[in-house]
Ligand binder design. Structure first.
Ligand code: ZN
Length: 529
């Protein structure tokens, strides 16, 4: 009941706002963010020139250095703070060609941390992972795979997305297709499970076992349920390549193999293992003038998967925070509280950078006034929740009342909300009971089209939404920093019952409870899938 009342109050307050609020700094932030935005330029450099930022790659180190240099150019203190080491790996070019029964250049790429082909072309026939009774049967079959490329994923019966079938298909044929897709998926899951190995997020322990048997390479496909999109993660093959092929090309090679039409592939993949390398969070700081031991944080992970450019996961979150800080440095250079930006590494392997930072900086966790994290794509912010902090929700409502209608009208506030369990880096702070909030964006089909896909590229940015988010974040940071009240940390008590929203996700202590903090991985050798 209370939540509904607050929501109604805030909504009517926001609707009563004029173009901007009376607060002169908020008005200036609006003008700077909307009329003098640097977001597009910054995003283009990050996305196109630096490119993807796999943890432990030279790409992310270039990116870390670029962030520091950019902040220094604006007169902001910034540093790269090492929190551990990781498997260093440099992606080179991948070329995959079908050579027989006809020639076609295939669309695909190596999985992250895969071995390459040591500067040579490798040519071989293909073979499909067989249905076996158990891992003994798999091992008995393995000699037949020697020197061949093994297809380990299910071919999609159709690479047309479901919504395309729903729109154009006869309802009975759509239903048949769906049934076929579902049963093929279930059968393939059982086929992989029967081997006793797993594909993990890419080619997993099965890839490693195939490598030991002397295969030429492992060919996988993880469709993202949309036109032309694959999710591309990692492999543990360190002697032979693990390759992701597009839906269409994987299906082609699979059918040629299944029908004994003699496909051979030629693969040239360049990859370099660089040993263990240090990994860093980039931290920027504007010191507080009257409450320097209290902190307002901007938070977005900087690392990415690397088949695209990591533009919406999480280049746009990165640019939101970077641009917000540029605006703040220009218009609010002497904040009351200390402003800190965290550009985290290692998020994709388990929030490792932010978890390490929170563990290494108890003074910041203790003095945290508020943290704002964004990590779900390029869309404008539409959800802002109290993260389960009951009294603090009142502060959030007051801040939102100062946000211009043009931004606030899109946002649903929910109080008190539920604590983040582990979806993104705000969870690394919430688990200590510190007030950290996620800014939730509208989807733009993030989950299907850009999240962890080969199509996560610069052109997907929606600039109006990105400007909106950077401007909003700058305003929220300003308002949180100026708030005469330090946020209270009293937390929502979860009741048992079917109608009570539970805190869920990794690191959650149990049903209806607050998430517990987990140890960050500070070394690749602790990383197992
Ligand atoms: Zn992300």
């Amino acid at each position: 009941m209370r939540a509904l009342f607050l929501l109604a109050t805030v909504a009517s307050t926001a609707a009563a706002q004029s173009y901007t609020t009376a607060d002169p700094v908020v008005r200036q932030i609006w003008a700077e963010g909307m009329n003098n935005s640097q977001a597009y330029k910054l995003a283009q450099v990050l996305s196109d020139s630096i490119g993807p930022r796999l943890t432990g790659s030279p790409g992310i180190k270039n990116g870390n250095d670029w962030l520091v240099a950019t902040y220094k150019r604006w007169g902001v203190d910034a540093r790269n703070e090492q929190y551990g080491k990781w498997k260093g790996w440099r992606r080179g070019a991948t070329h995959i060609d079908l050579m027989t029964p006809r020639v076609r250049t295939l669309e695909g790429t190596m999985l992250a941390w895969s071995a390459g082909t040591l500067g040579k072309d490798v040519t071989g026939a293909t073979v499909i992972l067989p249905e076996v009774a158990d891992s003994t049967a798999l091992v008995a079959w393995l000699p037949q795979a020697k020197g061949k490329f093994v297809l380990v994923s299910m071919p999609q019966p159709t690479c047309r997305p479901d919504d395309n079938w729903r729109q154009f298909g006869d309802s009975a044929s759509f239903a048949r297709m769906r049934a076929m897709r579902d049963s093929a998926t279930a059968k393939w899951t059982a086929r992989v499970a029967a081997t006793g190995y797993s594909l993990g997020l890419g080619t997993g322990t099965l890839g490693k076992r195939l490598q030991a048997a002397g295969v030429a390479g492992v060919i996988a496909h993880r469709w993202s349920n949309g036109w032309g999109v694959d999710k591309v993660f990692d492999s543990r093959t360190d002697k032979v390549p693990s390759i992701d092929l597009s839906c269409e090309d994987y299906g082609l090679v699979y059918r040629l193999t299944e029908n004994n039409q003699g496909p051979t592939l030629r693969v040239r993949a360049d990859a370099q293992f660089l040993g263990d390398v240090p990994v860093f969070n980039t931290i920027a700081t504007i010191k507080g003038s009257t409450k320097p031991d209290e902190y307002v944080m901007l938070s977005a992970h900087f690392d990415s998967w690397d088949a695209g450019s990591g533009t919406t996961d999480n280049g746009t979150g990165t640019i939101t925070m970077l641009e917000a800080l540029r605006i703040l440095k220009k218009l609010y250079p002497n904040p009351k509280r200390t402003i800190v930006v965290g550009h985290w590494s290692g998020e994709e392997q388990g929030l490792n950078g932010s978890r390490a930072f929170a563990a290494d900086h108890p003074e910041i966790v203790k003095g945290l006034q508020a943290l704002f994290n964004q990590d779900n794509g390029t869309g404008r912010i539409i959800n802002f929740a109290g993260s389960g902090f009951t009294t603090a929700s009142g502060n959030l409502a007051r801040w939102m009342a100062n946000i211009p209608t043009e931004i606030a009208r899109n946002i649903t506030l929910s109080f008190p909300g539920a604590p983040a369990g582990g979806g993104s880096d705000n969870a690394s702070f919430v688990c200590y009971g510190a007030p950290a909030f996620g800014l939730g964006a509208t989807s733009w089909d993030y989950g299907t089209y850009t999240w962890h896909t080969n199509r996560d590229t610069f052109d997907k940015i929606v600039l109006d939404d990105l400007k909106n988010n950077a401007t909003l974040t700058a305003m929220l940071v300003y308002l949180a920093s100026e708030d005469p009240e330090t946020l209270a940390r009293d937390r929502r008590v979860f009741e048992q019952g079917p109608d009570v929203r539970r805190a869920t996700g990794p690191g959650v202590g149990g049903p209806g409870s607050w998430p517990a903090c987990t140890e960050p991985l500070r070394d690749y050798s602790q990383y197992r899938r």
